[in-house]
Design a protein. Sequence first.
Length: 514
Amino acid sequence: MTGSGPLWFATESLRLVEALFPKAEILPALTLPEPLASRPIPDAEDAAVAAVRGHVSTLGPCTADDLTSLTMLPASTIDCALARLEAEGFVLRGRFDLERGDPGKMEFCERRLLARIHRYTTERLRQEIEPVTAQDLVRFLLRWQHVAPGTQCEGRRGLLAVVEQLQGFELAAGSWEEAVFPTRVASYRPEWLDDLCLSGEVVWARLGLRSPAATLDADGARSEAEAGRGGAVPSRATPVSFALRDNLPWLAAAARGDARPVLPGVGAARDLLEMLRARGALFYRELVGGTGRLRIEVEEGLWDLVSRGLVTADGFGSVRALLTARERWAKRAARSPRQQRLGRQAGEGIAVEGRWSLLPVAEASNGSGEQADIETVAEAVAEQLLARYGVVFRDLMVRESVVLPWREVLWALRRLEARGTVRGGRFVTGFVGEQYALPEAVEMLRQTRRRERTGEIVRVAAVDPLNLVGILTPGPRVPAQRGSVVAYRDGLPIEAPGLTILPAAAAQADGVIR
């Protein structure tokens, strides 16, 4: 007995009680068996650790105040005991009970008990999920990516949000401003993209790599066996990506792995590459003057480097200028000599579109220097896929240009679920394998399932990331070709005049792949 009330203990713990409360009155008086009675009274600190260990093994998440109230020990003694148990790895501290009245109190929980609680919670959350059909998933994605009517983003910040969602996805350079940004940003204006690039927030480049036949030169560097024209002529079909500049390193690691860009052979592209290596970022006119080559050679050489994933420019206006270079040259050839001179004096060319520079990750060494941690890259890729699709499973990786194995992304998703940042479960019917989703995407999926199907038709370009025909919906896949269009009616691909014909797509009323 103590002055604050009775405390109960097991008979075999008498020596621990005597160490903690040497002046306490024990009723009834106990006589220990000889093997227990012969044991010395333990140290008070060790006894406190044993007492706290016993309580946290059964209480679940609790605070130091809870343990103080239960044991009648001083708060300082409880804090010391918890510190020892935490150092041993027996308990973990954190915020486990979100319904606790005082959110500022730090909680403690026994490690194995916390693992059991987490497992039960995960299983309960998974059982609460009611899966949707593939048709409803497409309806959800059209809103998640701001393509459905009334969901478009607005202004410069809206464009930045779209870039953040689509970063790392490669598609034809000429399609970004023709078919992707205008469908997601209301009243899209090219100068918004230039502002984001010139401010340093956004960068464009080709992240994937060309794979022509290559040889090793005398210095051991990888170069083309024969310098061809593939990729040298500016083409709207050359794939490029946009990314937030801070995310460029891990996006490049995910898209390239251990591979490096193939260096160009002897010619304008090689001269430009060496000049950029030696002098850093340069304007177009400086490249023309420094190499002593014709403008058309410089333009083709720059695009060759772009297609290899070696260079980028301050603004996307440089890409527009290269893509329209041949049209400008044809118009200039039709002018009189006096008009041509005036055009040069007025700054004709692409000098005003910013500086060209080596892509920071283009020539990173594979043999020396620190390698990107694969787990870190995998988690970044998993988070990006969740941001892009809301729900992630293996089938959605078909159009992603990452060399990272799916198993690495899957393990990363499992880790994110263990931290409570994503939900795991069966979100979409008709697909095999594990599925994961953001909590806000789960709620939006529920709303999509309840939303009435009104025959809404949404058109997207075939190059758009939302061309998922043959991947999520029935029917053959539609190639991602510029100029082709896909139309969805309530999430199902349809046939319409001027649109890509998708046979038998509308016959599957439930939208489930069988």
